[in-house]
Design a protein around this ligand. Structure first.
Ligand code: ATP
Length: 317
């Protein structure tokens, strides 16, 4: 990849490249309602963008190419047309009537297939970076429309912060808050496929092992608590309907959840479709001590102290 020589906020660097960052998300609350006729589940979820960022750098080149470093560079993340950044490039080029000419490099800090929407973050960062590289001057609304075509979590990766998601998660209502929450993420050895976790939820519900509808309770309680209540009260409202099927597919996740509370977390849940475990802690200092205790304990491949909310996809600089 080219070596940046200059450049400023929102600018094309001296070497012709543009860089954008986008955050991981956790679902503080995720209610999965019964299957819709189109085969998708209706969701109600509270998204929180956290301070674990992927970086996408793009520069001019004939045709499209994708390279990856960091998490998933061992082959978990595709470098061809299956990569969401490639799809984002083709979609933006078609929308704007320009040629899809760019090299895209993803430096991944967000583990792949971890329930942290890493691919969605990359797609959102690619849209923002390519819009600047190609001078396509899309509005935030244009980019949001393209994001929704790329995947249910991509619109949130674009806006970041905190939001209530409905529909498939792509219909967003921003939740304005200055309240910072601190979290520890426990990263598992191998990823979990999101469709497989939804299939397991359907199976457990059909078999009567789980109730037919959501047991997550209303999102309003966690939203109210997130506005002003102490962190231990917020912890009491964390909920995720995908946790039971994720645990059924990966029973050892239970050890991770218990390790989190054993290390001092106020509450812990599986993030999205897992297998990452997200644990709420009192403050940044507690995040540091909890993360250090977990690193010694060995329940996870990796541990990250993060906080939210942070902004969505944005140009570097
Ligand atoms: P979500 O929480 O949105 O369901 P996730 O965090 O569990 O997603 P991702 O990291 O987005 O999962 O990856 C899911 C799959 O998507 C990967 O297994 C990989 O094959 C594919 N993929 C495509 N593009 C990317 C990308 N840029 N980064 C990671 N995975 C990607």
């Amino acid at each position: 990849m080219p070596h940046a020589t200059s450049g400023g906020p929102g600018r094309i660097a001296g070497d012709g490249s543009v860089t954008a960052h986008a955050p991981a998300k956790i679902n503080v609350h995720l209610a999965v309602h019964p299957l819709r006729e189109d085969g998708f589940h209706e969701l109600t979820t509270v998204f929180l963008a956290v301070s674990l960022l992927d970086t996408v750098t793009v520069w001019p080149e004939d045709g499209l190419s994708v390279t990856v470093t960091g998490e998933g560079a061992d082959g978990a993340v595709p470098t061809d047309a299956r990569n969401l950044v490639w799809k984002a490039a083709e979609l933006l080029a078609r929308h704007a009537g320009v040629r899809a000419d760019a090299a895209l490099h993803i430096d991944k800090a967000i583990p792949a297939a971890a329930g942290l929407a890493g691919g969605s973050a990359d797609a959102a960062a690619a849209l923002v970076a390519l819009d600047a590289l190609w001078g396509t001057h899309c509005t935030r609304g244009d980019l949001a429309g393209l994001a929704a075509q790329l995947g249910s979590d991509v619109p949130f990766s674009l806006v970041g912060g905190m939001a209530l998601g409905t529909g498939r998660g792509e219909q967003l209502t921003p939740v304005l808050t200055r309240r910072r929450t601190d979290w520890v993420l426990g990263i598992a050895d191998a990823g979990l496929s999101t469709p497989a976790v939804y299939r397991e939820l359907d199976r457990l519900r059909a078999a009567g092992v789980l109730p037919a509808g959501s047991t997550a309770g209303p999102a309003d309680d966690v939203l109210t608590a997130l506005r002003s209540a102490p962190a231990d009260e917020v912890a009491g409202h964390l909920a995720n309907d995908l946790q039971a099927p994720a645990l059924a597919l990966r029973p050892e996740l239970d050890r991770g959840l218990r390790a989190m509370t054993g290390a001092g977390a106020l509450g812990a849940l599986v993030s999205g479709s897992g297998p990452t475990v997200a644990a709420l802690v009192a403050d940044a200092e507690a995040a540091g001590t909890t993360a250090a205790a977990l690193e010694r304990g060995g329940a996870f491949r990796g541990v990250q102290a993060v906080h939210g909310p942070v902004p969505g996809a944005r140009l570097a600089g």
